[in-house]
Design a protein around this ligand. Structure first.
Ligand code: NDP
Length: 448
């Protein structure tokens, strides 16, 4: 931690001591606390009410056993998590991640980020996150269904339209949400649509939710470029991942005149100098659930680099959209050297702190995840609104709302950074804008 006051540094040390081994959580806390020195000086109320100490401690953490049996009748035991971090602004809201790497430290980092991200949307939602160390990859539909039913059997005790509203994240898409909603409905005998978001269109979902995170991230980058009288038109872009966020980031970049030349998964990356054929990617990833390398079976001019480093590909815009800490200091230096002018984080915390510093010091426009990828959760909140009013909005109407929200988030971050003497520093701006909203609400609600 660099520019923070001794008092805040003490709080950080306490967080590390109280949450041993949870390195991703420590990293996420350090990143936010790093921005708060001046805020605490200017608004001493926050310190008097011990807001930072309180905000770093989840309101509730639930860990549970998830037993299920595979197609051969073998029994498996996974671990389920839900961290209900902060409900000052509304019911806990945040996705579920199913990936073998999930443990409490990952869930807490994501839940902590979610508090500030949700605050930035301006919508009435608190922050939470959950998931399991279950890996759906390579599992049959029936196995995934049995796992989801077992997971929801316990989770159902803790969630509700006015309590906690989960959604998808890595490894949790429409299929998994469907099985979970089905089990919730069966157990509660209630068609409580707003208990989960990211639902299918025929059972309470919202148009644009699938596209929202990727579209929103591109809108955010577009806003940053506009401040420099620039645009995405004609820009060569590098996107990592090939899941939900990466696919719709690519789609919106294409719509705004840019050209995406890479995508990846944990096996490596593809490079297509002519621009990614997105319809093929959707077919391979969304429908056939195949690997990104299979793209090259259809486009012989494209190359697959097994285990390769995607950030070695020269680009003007980089949009890391796979997972945390996927872009480090060396990668950042390489991107800057190759002419990168803007980075938009589609994933959560994809850039390491050292990588972030390189971008900031080089004057690269940097849209941090908690601002740039907030379009997904914002559209989830719009889905909740539609569920509550039993309404169903058109694609165009919903996308316009998303676009307006992303513009507002950009403006709030930009203005806060300016007010605190670091114009153009969207990290500082997003942390301060999100923090102040939550902190003010916490003070109003008393010591709870
Ligand atoms: P998906 O599961 O749809 O896709 C994830 C993609 O990232 C896959 O291509 C996957 O490859 C790759 N990936 C995941 N883990 C790793 C890893 N350890 N190393 C290399 N590649 C990896 O997830 P999403 O697209 O939904 O999420 C991507 C990121 O965006 C996450 O950080 C998530 O938290 C964030 N996010 C998502 C939102 C949403 O609405 N979906 C909202 C806001 C943020 P493989 O198949 O090989 O694992």
């Amino acid at each position: 931690m660099s520019t923070i006051t001794p008092k805040i540094h003490d709080i950080y040390k306490q967080v590390v001591a109280r949450n041993p081994g949870e390195t991703e959580f420590h990293q996420a806390v350090a990143e936010v606390l790093d921005s708060l020195g001046q805020v605490i000086e200017k608004y001493p109320d926050y310190a008097d009410h011990k807001i930072i100490e309180r905000i770093c401690e989840p309101e509730r953490q639930i860990i549970f056993r998830v037993p299920w049996s595979d197609d051969k009748g073998n029994i498996h035991i996974n671990r389920g998590f839900r961290v209900e971090f902060n409900s000052a602004l509304g019911p806990y809201k945040g996705g579920l991640r199913f990936h073998e790497s999930v443990y409490l430290g990952i869930v807490k980092f994501l839940g902590f980020e979610q508090i500030f991200k949700n605050a930035l949307t301006g919508l009435p939602i608190g922050g939470g996150k959950g998931g399991s160390d279950f890996n759906p990859k390579g599992r049959s539909d029936n196995e995934v269904m049995r796992f989801c039913q077992s997971f929801m059997t316990e989770l159902s005790r803790h969630i509700g339209e006015y309590t906690d509203v989960p959604a998808g994240d890595i490894g949790v898409g429409g299929r998994e949400l469907g099985y979970m909603f089905g089990q919730y409905k069966r157990m509660t005998n209630r068609y409580e649509a707003a208990v989960l978001t990211g639902k299918g269109l025929t059972w309470g979902g919202s148009l644009v939710r699938t596209e929202a995170t990727g579209y929103g991230a591109v809108y955010f980058v577009d806003e940053m470029l506009k401040m420099k009288n620039d645009s995405l038109e004609g820009k060569v872009c590098s996107v990592s991942g090939s899941g939900n966020v990466a696919i719709y980031t690519t789609e919106k970049i294409n719509q705004l005149g840019g050209k995406v030349v890479t995508l990846s998964d944990s096996g490596g990356y593809i490079y297509d100098e002519k621009g990614i054929d997105l319809e093929l990617v959707k077919q391979l990833k969304e429908i056939e659930r195949r690997r990104i390398k299979d793209y090259c079976d259809y486009h012989k001019h494209a190359v697959f680099k097994q285990g390769g480093n995607i950030w070695e590909v020269p680009c003007q815009i980089a949009m890391p959209s796979a997972t945390q800490n996927e872009l480090n200091e060396e990668d950042a230096k390489m991107l800057v050297k190759n002419g990168c002018i803007a980075v938009g984080e589609g994933a959560n915390m994809p850039t390491t702190p050292e990588g972030t510093k390189v971008f900031l010091n080089s004057g690269v426009l940097f849209g941090p995840g908690k601002a740039a990828n907030a379009g997904g959760v914002a559209t989830s909140a719009l889905e909740m609104q539609q569920n509550a009013s039993r309404d169903s909005w058109t694609f165009e109407f919903t996308e316009n709302k998303l676009h307006g929200i992303m513009k507002n988030i950009h403006k709030a971050c930009y203005e806060q950074a300016e007010e605190f003497g670091s114009p153009g520093n969207y990290i500082l701006g997003s942390n301060i804008a999100g923090f102040r909203k939550v902190a003010d609400a916490m003070i109003s609600l008393g010591l709870i």
